[in-house]
Design a protein around this ligand. Sequence first.
Ligand code: ZN
Length: 315
Amino acid sequence: MSDSSNAVKPQIVFAVDLGGTHLRVALVDDTGNILRHLKQETPKGDSPGGILDALANAAREWHCDEQPVVAASIMVPGAVDCDKAVVVQAPNLPSLIKFPLKTELQRRLGWPVFLENDANAAAVGEMWLGAARGCNDVVSVTLGTGVGGGVILKGKLWRGSHGSAGEIGHTTVDPFSGLKCKCGNTGCLELFASATAIVRMARELGMKELTAEEVYETGRDGDERALSVFKRFGMYLGIGLANLMNLIDPQIIVITGGAVNGWDLFADEMYRQVRERAFRATAQQVKIARAECGDNAGLLGAARIALQDLQDLHD
Ligand SMILES: [Zn+2]
């Protein structure tokens, strides 16, 4: 037998990406290795019981002496309150709103539990191991089913005074569009620069019912309507990014999420809008980069946040 008793064991976090469609669970160590990974459909229902059961089952199965877990870190598609204990807004997971998720999970799992907005977690993941490595002032914009954002200033997440900072998806880019957003506003960026928006804009141009990926494929094949969908996507995204640059002036804006796969079809128009609208010196210096951690940015970020918060508690 080798003597490994003196070796420093890695700290492992049970990281959860609690999406409106899919639930992903991973064991992540303190160097960002993903040791185990599981993906399933998010249990539906009026109460979060199914979600809690799914998490508890995975935790029970994975927890063992060789891989002792130090914390659970849950990223949710919505706003988390200032004590990071309760989800206060989550249009795609309404059963979680006001539910004491942190307390209930701590009771079920037996580990310290951290809650974080999914876009915030993605920003931290990209700063830790992705496109924003070495940067301190970082904004991430997640283009998924909706549009989220995470703001890091001087290396720290800026959550806002009420837990909802960085909601770039719900800033207004077209007040005259007549399109109503789930948040109650009209003309939000999310209505033009998300996977959902790609599907809707294609339908508006008379394309048959296609997924966002199919619209992209059609565009790659040269279909004019699909190309105009992505041009429109890029135009509104560029408007949003120009506003963001003038407001925050970060070192880098990292674009994450599934819809980033349409980059080659929307980036030209995005850059054009940024050049036209942001302060010239700012637009020339702020880097806009594609994410490097792919689907895992949020899981990695959630793990990193838990490890740092635990460290802060001990200091
Ligand atoms: Zn909105």
